[in-house]
Design a protein around this ligand. Sequence first.
Ligand code: KG4
Ligand code: ZN
Length: 349
Amino acid sequence: MLVLGVESSCDETAAALLEETPEGGTRLLSSVVSTQIPLHRMYGGVIPELASRNHSANIPGVLQEAFDKAGRSLEEVDAFASTAGPGLVAALLVGNTATKALALAANKPFVAVNHLEGHILSPFIMREGGLVPHLALVVSGGHSLLVDVRGCGDYALLGRSRDDAAGEAFDKVAKMLDLPYPGGPEIDKLAEQGDPQRFEFPRPMMHEPHLDFSFSGLKTAVLYTLPKLVASGNPHDLDHQTLCDLCAGVRAAIVEVLVKKAMRALRQTGRKVVAVSGGVSCNGELRRAMQDACARRRVELVLPPNSLTTDNAAMIAFAGLLRAKAGQFSPLDTPVDPNLKLAGAATRA
Ligand code: KG4
Ligand code: ZN
């Protein structure tokens, strides 16, 4: 089975072709991502109208490149999958409508995919043995979730951020330090040269028994710390080492909470496999800390390659493939939904 995946929920226009191998595994034939980050960087964040217009301009070329790289044609595709939400509605509509049009033209089924489900399943695209029941830590720009995954479409929400998502916390602190958008990778880079112990930032809810997170206090802590370091409160007046130490302190606080809560969730669920996904999962310290924690507990850690951590269409194609194999297709009039909930998830929200 050959599946086309398309993603356009935020500021990445992406298309991928993924094929099921005769042994029942998957082979990624192409994964094309056209990022609009340099464009939105000028405004310090994503401008929805700009994102939508650029998706419209980019999508034909991205689709063509995905087919060219895979060496496949439209007629060979067995199912067409596209992100239906959550995300920016006008951005979602572009990829979604294009995919539905292709499905209609090829007279093949369409699969509406939840973006979060794409992230949850993404670590398993390359795993020998495919998807297994596991604990998922999803850390993206919009969500921080702990999910017990019993199978594709069978999710139990264990914990979520009560305010800012982890990626959002990185981005907001970075904005305060006048670092370029998106802030996560910038903080990660500077933190590599910093001392994580110089600044002790709060780790909210870390010792509470529930599995929810709270990251909004971090930006307040950084806001109060700045004027103590430079009278102007202007981040440009910080010396380079202090800036790196601040970044290391912020990264350490976020990572410690994520790892502690993930390990608590593992104990509660008794799972032997844990997977981390979403843009923040390419954070160097998070990867190292999760590797250490999982090795100590003899638990398998499944991480997506860096190229599949931030938004991509391979994860949409993979979710589409699993759903198509289960006969779960979507009618062509399935709407996009900017607040789409994870199907099959027993949510507490
Ligand atoms: O999954 P994603 O591409 O988009 C959403 O679905 O939200 O995640 C984007 C988020 C941004 O907040 C970005 O700052 C963060 O992932 N991010 C990182 C790193 N790379 C991307 N955060 C921390 N460290 C990184 N290396
Ligand atoms: Zn995402």
